[in-house]
Design a protein around this ligand. Structure first.
Ligand code: PGA
Length: 236
């Protein structure tokens, strides 16, 4: 399984350090073999990780340059960062990134050998239009994206499930993940209101290879509990 904690714009550098200390010792003490990734804010980046991968939530697709307010490859290299989230719903819908910009970002970070967690997912009004519209919408989010990229991980995150406490039904997750499986052999994560209470039942679904967790990952102990649930699944 792959377990990702997306802090978004939460936590200071100090808080991130304390969090990493808890998660890293949990992973070591329990000999966790699953992949654990944490996406802290830029200000908390440092060479902190040992057995937990650190990634960024975003970056600008350039080596360096005149991109006020952005960070680029040069700054990521300084921290040894080789993992990035691209296409997250908040980048698309709150920050207004277009599919064209997202695809350019994807190409750049793929050329630079990053592990890319590529996020797709529909707003509620699209889901309400039915399965055909839903699949068309998600298909369009793959425009310009190389589904055969070696270091690709896909995260399906319905916009209406992110930060709302709502989750799709089991059938809805399974249907979407099997459609995604037909497109790519990349690992498939589910994201959107994953928490300790529902993590295991989501992770045991067909074609779910892990979870991308936002709010419920902010407590280090909660995130560790989800890691333990994933490890339990493997023993079944
Ligand atoms: P959430 O966020 O777990 O708070 O719903 C998930 C995400 O945005 O990746």
């Amino acid at each position: 399984m792959i377990l990702c904690a997306n802090f978004k714009a939460n936590k200071t550098r100090q808080e991130t350090r304390a969090y990493m200390a808890v998660v890293e010792s949990f992973v070591a003490a329990n000999e966790i073999e699953d992949t654990v990734m944490v996406f802290p804010p830029f200000t908390a980046l440092e060479h902190l990780s040992r057995n937990v991968l650190i990634g960024v939530q975003n970056a600008y697709p350039a080596q360096n340059g005149a991109y006020t307010g952005e960070i680029t490859l040069e700054q990521l290299d300084e921290f040894g960062i080789k993992t990035i989230l691209i296409g997250h719903s908040e980048r698309r819908h709150v920050l207004g990134e277009t599919q064209e910009q997202i695809a350019a970002k994807f190409r750049f970070f793929a050329e630079n050998g990053f592990v890319i967690i590529y996020c797709v997912g529909e707003p509620i009004e699209v889901r309400e239009l039915g399965d055909k519209a839903l699949m068309q919408y998600v298909d369009a989010q793959f425009e310009g994206i190389d589904c055969n990229y070696t270091d690709l991980i896909i995260a399906y995150e319905p916009v209406w499930a992110i930060g709302t406490g709502l989750t799709p039904t089991t059938d809805q997750i399974v249907t979407m993940h099997s459609a995604l499986r037909a497109k790519t052999s990349a690992p498939l994560l589910y994201g959107g209101s994953v928490k300790v209470d529902n993590a295991q039942s989501i992770m045991e679904l067909d074609n779910v290879d892990g979870v991308l967790v936002g709010s419920a990952s902010l407590g280090a102990n909660d995130f560790c509990e989800m890691i333990a649930l994933a490890a339990e699944l493997k023993q079944v």
